[in-house]
Design a protein around this ligand. Structure first.
Ligand code: NAD
Length: 410
């Protein structure tokens, strides 16, 4: 199978190199922006329910901490490889800088399909990972969070294991925790909510209205579901959603909450009503806004010529391959890059970290208002740069991010 992580890493590094060269940064500085500061690889050994021992591979890659402690999620996925984790860590450095957060970038991952584990096996694997990363994380050193297939429950196991090792409480070392353990109100919805704020900012600049603007969302997990739900509540016409098994298309618009209830009962989106569609069909629908919110490289040479949407909001990390990005930009598509569009998650993780550090908690409304201020500010800076330098939003975002990181590199 093709190494998708390698492709994603090459795209991220090429973009950094090209942007940094345009900014006339010297060769050694470009290396500092590309090479990860630390790349940790682990063998995680756990006892399965059967009594047998099994070994899994895991990584924590700490890319750059010029702006503050490393920050980044932990992904559990069968196709996770070192290059993917490194690509995601690299994007986190740019994303935190773009969002104006006092963080560097990191990412973690385990090559495992968690659906193949029992709950107790999943707990043992999560705790084994926490043991491995314990010496290299900390509230002012590296702050992990959830990503694909990792949940507040998994964060609570990891935090518990970590606290046993260090011998005292340190809840702000992990974000995306359950509320009862010091999680922030609004964190679960934050990535989707932030994405909808960015979409609204974009449409306001383009002098377009949200009402009846059609949206198709790929991925119905944390990011995709809340993006679809909040877009629907804000007046957008969400016409299609999908998960890994496929999706549904309803021309008149659908209610994501109803679909989520249906999926909970039936385990699938198919059969909800309207037309059952494949993921490839969803991506090529004739809609105004396309929102890939599942995995990387889903828009590639294979389907780029069939993309009809004029606006693409990258809610997943790296959903477009480099070739697809170059092709679609030439076709004058507006592409809002992942490092801006999905930064709402890390923005509220930052708010969770701040609340935990000061032991003082904000209401959900306060958190959402702070998120809106942060997203609007980040969008404005990228939009301005893009207009000023007549460059696409992605390049503008990388330039803003790189400028901020370089200014902090001593
Ligand atoms: P999740 O595990 O909650 O959901 C993933 C969704 O994608 C599920 O609905 C799954 O069925 C679907 N999916 C999996 N494989 C697919 C495939 N081949 N085709 C179509 N759909 C598929 O994960 P998430 O947290 O929603 O993350 C989604 C993306 O957003 C990832 O790229 C992640 O890195 C990124 N992201 C997440 C956050 C966050 O706060 N959770 C923040 C920033 C970026």
């Amino acid at each position: 199978m093709e190494n998708q992580g390698k492709k994603m890493l090459e795209s991220a590094q090429t973009l950094i190199r090209k942007t940094a060269e345009d900014m006339e940064l010297d060769v050694e500085m470009i290396k500092r922006l590309i090479e990860p500061e630390f790349a940790h690889e682990f063998a995680l050994t756990i006892t399965m329910d059967s009594g047998k021992i099994k070994v899994f591979k895991g990584w924590r890659i700490q890319h750059n901490r010029a702006l503050g402690p490393y920050k980044g999620g932990i992904r559990f996925h069968k196709d996770t490889v070192r290059e993917e984790v490194q690509a995601l860590a690299t994007l986190m450095s740019i994303k935190c800088a773009v969002a104006g957060l006092p963080y560097g970038g990191a990412k973690g991952g385990i090559a495992i399909d968690p659906k193949t584990l029992s709950k107790t096996e999943l707990e043992r694997l999560s705790r084994a990972f926490a043991v491995k990363i314990a010496p290299i994380i900390g509230v002012d050193l590296d702050v992990p969070a959830p990503d694909v297939n990792t949940t507040p429950q998994i964060m609570s196991w990891m935090l518990d294991e970590y606290q046993k090792i260090i011998g005292h409480k340190s809840p702000s070392t992990f974000t995306g925790k359950p509320i009862s353990l010091g999680g922030s109100l609004g964190r679960t919805e934050a990535t989707g909510r932030g994405g909808v704020f960015i979409l609204q900012d974009l449409l306001a600049k383009m002098k377009k209205k949200s009402k009846n603007t059609t949206v198709a969302v790929q991925g119905f997990g944390n990011v995709g579901y809340f993006f679809a739900k909040l877009a629907h509540e804000s007046g957008f016409k969400v016409v299609a959603v999908s998960d890994s098994k496929g999706g549904v298309y309803i021309k008149e618009g659908l209610n994501p909450v109803k679909i989520a209830e249906y999926k909970k009962k039936k385990g699938t989106l198919a059969g909800f009503g309207g037309k059952n569609i494949t993921n490839d069909e969803l991506l090529t629908l004739s809609v105004d806004i396309l929102v890939p919110a599942a995995l990387e490289n889903v828009i590639s040479e294979k389907n780029m010529k069939n993309i009809e949407a004029k606006i693409i909001i990258e809610m997943a990390n790296g959903p477009l391959t480099e070739e697809a990005y170059e092709y679609l930009i030439k076709k004058t598509k507006v592409i809002v890059p992942d490092v801006l569009a999905n930064s709402g998650g890390v923005a509220v993780s930052y708010l969770e970290w701040v609340q935990g550090k000061q032991g003082y908690w904000w209401s959900e409304e306060e958190v959402n208002n702070k998120l809106k201020i942060m997203m609007d500010k980040a969008f404005e800076a990228i939009w301005k740069k893009s207009l000023m330098k007549k460059m696409p939003l992605k390049q503008a975002a990388f330039e803003v991010g790189i400028e901020r990181i370089v200014s902090a590199l001593v």
